[in-house]
Design a protein around this ligand. Structure first.
Ligand code: UFG
Length: 356
């Protein structure tokens, strides 16, 4: 494996290398939904960031033009070497990865290959260049069917989908890299991230869209003919799955606090990121109908493979240890912000969208 500096991939770099700031954060997968919001949060706070994204899923428009951007895969060790040789990277925020529970059940190999195999050369480069820490975008999917609610970080880990398993495998790999090479990590186990950047210009846009809130917004605005409800026979009060929705900007703040703590030398840890409240699919739809003042056409379908009935987090640990204080924590606020984005961006990131 050649980890010396390479020049492949499209890139845009700062004009004045002589004025290079003392430290950069490398974001992988920052053209995606969560990564782009966290990137915006960091940039708004004056942080220097560099982005690596292969654009297989993300949107170039979601990354500001001025931010150094490398279109390449996380397994591209020449490109990683080039970045590490060029920018003084003090920590990595790793978002790149496939994220769909249902797809991972149908095509597990795709998830093992992308989320795990490609992470091996990536971690080898991190080790070789002695990057002090990795902040990893993990998931509530690592728990599988929970034994009790709310879920605590040290509850049992039994993923019910290949997607969740790949997240757990990556968490385990990070633990090994710490033990063997001292690379510290924080794994943030997101519950259901939703909503859009409060200052506008960024939002959730997946192709194809599989998540409940964006699909429901599109159904309300007539972007899709109806909303499928995957299962009404779960052991929940109304028979539909219960999820813990967390606003994307609160999630971004959790990354910022974690990165700063890692910079101060914090030991490796794992944090749940959720709102500690659960809402059923039907409750989400009902609230969105009120917000949008529109009827959402629905179709009842079979359960989706890999979906646990209830997922609700305890986020006490990050609140106590890092002072995380979510500000957009209500289903209404999340849905209002998601709906506004979809109403103003019915085609997601259209080519004509001005860069921010
Ligand atoms: N759902 C529908 N109809 C849809 C889409 C979703 O009924 O059109 C249901 C799902 O079955 C699920 C709930 O709405 O019960 C939420 O589904 P999402 O696809 O919005 O989100 P997931 O819960 O599947 O996934 C999220 C994150 C994952 C994380 C997972 C934990 O996107 O990263 O929670 O299970 F791993």
């Amino acid at each position: 494996m050649d980890l010396r500096g390479g020049e492949r991939g499209k890139k845009s770099e700062p004009e004045q290398f002589l004025k290079m700031p003392a430290n950069y954060y490398l974001f992988t997968g920052a053209a995606g939904y969560v990564g782009s919001h966290v990137l915006r949060f960091f940039i708004e706070r004056g942080e220097h960031c560099v982005v690596l994204d292969n654009l297989s899923k993300g949107h170039r428009e979601a990354v500001p033009e001025k931010t150094p951007f490398f279109q390449a895969d996380i397994s591209d060790t020449d490109q990683l070497a080039h970045i590490f040789n060029t920018y003084p990277v003090s920590g990595i925020l790793h978002f790149a990865g496939y994220i769909e529970v249902g797809e991972s059940v149908k095509d597990p190999g795709k998830y093992f290959e992308n989320n795990v195999s490609r992470a091996v050369p990536f971690l080898e480069a991190v080790r070789k260049f002695q990057i002090p820490w990795v902040l990893f975008s993990s998931s509530a999917a690592v728990y599988g069917e929970p034994e009790k609610i709310p879920i605590l970080e040290n509850d049992s880990l039994k993923p019910t989908s290949p997607y969740g398993l790949t997240k757990l495998m990556m968490e385990n790999m990070l633990q090994v890299y710490e033990k063997s090479f001292g690379i510290r990590s924080v794994c943030l186990r997101y519950f259901n991230a939703a909503g859009a950047c409060p200052s506008g210009g960024l939002g959730e846009s997946h192709t194809p869209e599989s998540h409940l809130i964006p699909r429901a917004c599109k159904a309300a605005i007539n972007g899709v003919p109806f909303l499928s409800i995957y299962g009404t026979d779960y052991q929940t009060p109304d028979g539909t799955c219960i999820r813990d929705y967390v606003h994307i900007w609160d999630l971004a703040e959790a990354h910022y606090l974690s990165a700063k703590a890692l910079d101060r030398g914090m030991n490796s840890t794992v944090y749940n990121i959720g709102s500690e409240k659960g809402y059923s699919v039907k409750e989400v739809l009902k609230t969105l109908e009120v917000i949008s003042n529109r009827k959402i056409p629905i179709q009842i379908e079979e359960r989706r493979a890999g979906d646990p009935a209830v997922l609700v987090a305890s986020s006490k640990r990050i609140r106590q240890e890092l002072g995380w204080d979510p500000k957009y924590q209500s289903l209404e606020k999340i849905l209002v912000s998601a709906y506004q984005w979809h109403e103003t961006h019915p085609d997601g990131f259209a080519k004509s969208l001005k860069n921010h």
